[in-house]
Design a protein around this ligand. Structure first.
Ligand SMILES: Cc1cc2nc3c(=O)[nH]c(=O)nc-3n(C[C@H](O)[C@H](O)[C@H](O)COP(=O)(O)O)c2cc1C
Length: 169
């Protein structure tokens, strides 16, 4: 069973989450390929998809939204898991409604949409972003919880395994 993992990332931390998810799915025995959101057209066949985006100003990045909008009918044919990576700090903030993913959820009808804590690397953000971070008093640092991401991936693997066995029966 081939799983496509695709995530929009501005500064790389969400792309690292996508890579970790794909690695773990491979360890669980699946063919898992990371595909850039803009390149899903040429990604070939897949039987499941894990799609995510970094969150900026409460929304998914345009390239990820575009991908889900364009490929909605294909995504509706397979099990899909969505994730957003955004909130920073301890506890991660914003705590409530860190992302408006309503449209993405409607278009992809995912098994689940998960919000993961993110990372702000002061060395990578530009002037304008620095001003926003300051205004929001958002703490810089790496708040990604790899154990939480791994556990979620294991849930995906278990669900796919079940579906795989059932469809082979
Ligand atoms: C300018 C700016 C705006 C952000 N806005 C939000 C937001 O609205 N909600 C949120 O949860 N995280 C927000 N974040 C945090 C990012 O989503 C987080 O840093 C994420 O891990 C970045 O992923 P990337 O490295 O893949 O681009 C913002 C970060 C920056 C720099």
């Amino acid at each position: 069973m081939r799983v496509v993992v695709s995530a929009a990332s501005k500064h790389g931390s969400t792309a690292e989450i996508a890579a970790a998810i794909a690695n773990r799915l491979r360890e669980a025995g699946f063919t898992a390929d990371v595909v850039e959101p803009g390149e899903i057209d040429g990604a070939g066949d897949f039987e499941a998809a894990v799609i995510g985006s970094a969150v900026y100003a409460g929304h998914w990045m345009p390239v990820a939204k575009e991908m889900v909008r364009t490929h909605s009918s294909r995504l509706l044919e397979v099990p899909v898991w969505l994730f957003s990576s955004g909130p920073v700090g301890e506890p991660p903030k914003p705590e409530e409604d860190p992302v408006d993913a309503v449209e993405m959820i409607e278009l992809a009808d995912p098994v689940e949409h998960r919000v993961f804590a993110g990372k702000i690397d002061p060395a990578k953000v530009g002037f304008a972003e620095k001003a926003i971070i300051k205004a929001l008093r958002a703490p810089v640092g790496d708040y990604r919880e790899w154990n939480v991401i791994e556990a979620w991936t294991d849930e995906i693997a278990a669900a796919l395994q079940k579906e795989w066995l059932t469809s082979d029966a």
